[in-house]
Design a binder for this molecule. Structure first.
Ligand SMILES: *Cc1c(COP(=O)(O)O)cnc(C)c1O
Length: 233
């Protein structure tokens, strides 16, 4: 597998940090309110170690087995692990046992399994609900605010889960104005009647649209390509 060298990775990370802080400044927000998650899916664990050495402490993975293996290979590092991918029921145990956050919950069945399987010696698993708004046929996620409120209320009853926010992957689009409109719509969901006030995290923004996401209130940007380079698998 192709790996970029360490200086190149460090320079990518500096550039992404700079973009993040510039976008925060333009939005009159402290950069420290925005968590930078490096999405390391398909990249070797060495890349994670390099990025950690450059100060990155949050990593996102999309595939359960791959994420669990990399966590094992980096178990000496104090990393916060985020699961971002679609969830299959038979994989929930590995997520509950190995990750600190899951951004992609869109069903009570998944939430109940994660709750039952979260080890008692760990803090409750942080959960974001994935919304598919604006609606796209190919994406998973909740599609109405009533579904969102219903699932949020049910999860509030689950003691081993901590409901934190909303995640979305809006359709890629090159126009910054349209990007902002999409993110504004997603951010407005936090004000939905019936959604608890403490649910205030917005996981939105990727390599191509992180500035627009930050302008609309993102608290967690998920950056893969612009940190680790293109993915070949
Ligand atoms: C791959 C992925 C990312 C990172 O995307 P880039 O465009 O490479 O920055 C972010 N979020 C999710 C859910 C992903 O699957």
């Amino acid at each position: 597998m192709m790996t970029m060298d360490q200086p190149e990775l460090h320079s990518n990370i500096s550039q992404v940090r700079e973009r993040l802080s510039n976008a925060a400044k333009r939005a009159n927000r402290p950069a420290s309110d925005i968590r930078l998650i490096a999405v390391s899916k398909t990249k070797p664990f060495e890349a994670i170690r390099y990025a950690f050495a450059a100060g990155i402490t949050d990593f996102g993975e999309n595939y359960v087995a791959e994420g669990v293996e990399k966590r094992r290979l980096c178990s000496d590092l104090d990393i916060t692990w985020h699961f971002l991918g679609p969830v299959q029921s038979n994989k929930t145990r590995h997520i509950a046992e190995n990750f600190d956050w899951i951004h992609s919950v869109d069903r009570l069945k998944t939430a109940s399994r994660l709750n039952a399987q979260r080890p008692v010696d760990k803090a409750p698993l942080n959960v974001c609900l994935q919304v598919n708004i604006p609606y796209e046929e190919t994406k998973s996620g909740l599609t109405t605010t009533s579904e969102l409120v219903e699932l949020a209320s049910a999860i509030q009853q689950l003691e081993r889960l901590s409901l934190r926010g909303i995640m979305a992957i809006p359709p890629p689009c090159a126009d910054p104005h349209l990007q902002r409109e999409q993110f504004k719509l997603i951010a407005s969901l936090l004000n939905t009647d019936g959604l608890p006030n403490h649910v205030d995290e917005l996981s939105m923004g990727m390599s191509g649209d992180m500035e627009a996401a930050i302008a609309e209130g993102s608290t967690m940007v998920r950056i893969g390509t612009d940190i680790f380079g293109a993915r070949y698998t």
